[in-house]
Design a protein around this ligand. Structure first.
Ligand code: BGC
Length: 360
């Protein structure tokens, strides 16, 4: 009997040691002695996320971390399972650019239980206190720069107008979209209210002008419908506000297909300086794009990861803007600028972001 008890005890002990020995966390931190960082990006479809992912990996590896970089094809379930694997696979910190900011609460509970810090990358993760920090470009400022660009280009302070405008923003499940749109509308609203800017379609509310998943195709379809419904009689379209490039590309396609060219082409804003959009800027079928140098954001996030890992003070510069529903998330905001035909060389080529060949 005693012997049997002893062998059961031995089995239990062996199993326990096997289980702890197998836990990825131990492997990742003990194995090579380096810490592992999970980087979850939303999709490979959009150029910017590829650049973000690559820059993060490069910078983190240079700082001595092991990196598990995953792209989720814009599928929420896929991103959730990638994050689950990062947690069970022993990641010591997570950097996440969410697809749907409101869908990660459950999986991040596991991160919290495992004391794994989470940095929300570019997009805030909503409704969970598992988020430790947020790093992004100043999203509200992105919108105000786009709005101000329109004001300056049309010389709204002095010109009599009225000018006809249509509005497009991004995905309703992306917290950033409301900041972009809000920033732009804070600049444009006074001119709309005074009648200097005229929204011919009347579509002004966020929900009416949002574009699910920031889809190029959806934006193109909506622009085509607007052109047919409101501009087919020759009404001039002077400007289209678009919160980003993936939407601007669809809008631009619709305008080109409808025969808009040269001076007749409306002012069209964007964001990200995607190669297609920069080419459109050079061709005159988009006016500007917000430049968010992903190298700057990646470098900043690496500084934050380093500080967290070493228990040092984490660099942040905003403690009041981004409430994710559980309280304010300490944030580092990088500063966006705009690129257009006049300054793109200095911003995009001289800085080494693109080569001249990539823009041909
Ligand atoms: C990012 C933008 C991007 C958009 C679509 C936003 O959260 O801040 O840079 O254009 O998502 O991917």
């Amino acid at each position: 009997m005693k012997k049997k008890l002893f062998s059961i005890l031995l089995c239990v002990l062996m199993l326990a040691s096997l289980l702890t020995g197998c836990s990825g966390k131990d492997k990742a931190t003990s194995g090579k002695g380096s810490k592992k960082v999970g980087v979850a990006m939303p999709t490979k479809d959009l150029q910017r996320w590829n650049q973000d992912g690559e820059n993060m990996k490069k910078e983190l590896e240079a700082a001595g971390y092991e990196v598990d970089l995953q792209y989720a094809n814009n599928e929420i379930a896929q991103q959730v399972s990638q994050i689950e694997n990062m947690i069970t696979g022993g990641c010591d910190a997570l950097v996440i650019a969410s697809i749907d900011g409101g869908s990660l609460g459950t999986v991040l509970e596991e991160a919290k239980k495992g004391n794994i810090p989470v940095i929300a990358y570019d997009r805030l993760i909503m409704g969970t206190d598992a988020v430790s920090y947020y790093a992004t470009f100043d999203n509200y400022m992105v919108g105000t720069i786009q709005g101000q660009y329109i004001v300056d280009q049309l010389d709204l302070e002095n010109a009599a107008g009225p000018f006809n405008i249509e509005l497009f923003t991004g995905s309703p499940d992306d917290n950033n979209a409301r900041f972009f749109f809000g920033g732009a509308m804070d600049i444009l609203n006074p001119y709309i209210d005074s009648g200097k800017l005229n929204i011919v379609s009347g579509q002004r509310e966020f929900e009416e002008v949002a574009t699910l998943n920031w889809s190029t195709e959806e934006a193109q379809k909506r622009m085509e419908n607007l052109l047919t419904a409101y501009y087919a009689d020759g009404t001039k379209l002077d400007v289209v506000l678009s919160s980003n490039d993936s939407c601007a590309i669809g809008i631009s396609n619709a305008l080109v297909n409808a025969g808009y060219t040269g001076d007749n082409f409306p002012i069209l804003t964007g964001q990200d300086c995607d190669i297609t959009s920069v080419k459109n800027i050079l061709a005159g079928t988009q006016s500007m794009s917000i430049f968010k140098d992903t190298r700057t954001l990646a470098a900043q996030v690496v500084k934050m990861v380093n500080a967290i890992m070493k228990g040092e003070e984490v660099p942040i510069n905003d403690t009041e803007t981004y409430d994710n529903g559980t309280g304010i998330i300490p944030t580092y905001l990088c500063e966006p600028v705009f690129a257009d035909v006049n300054n793109y060389k200095e911003l995009l080529i001289d800085s080494g972001y693109y080569t001249e060949d990539q823009l041909k």
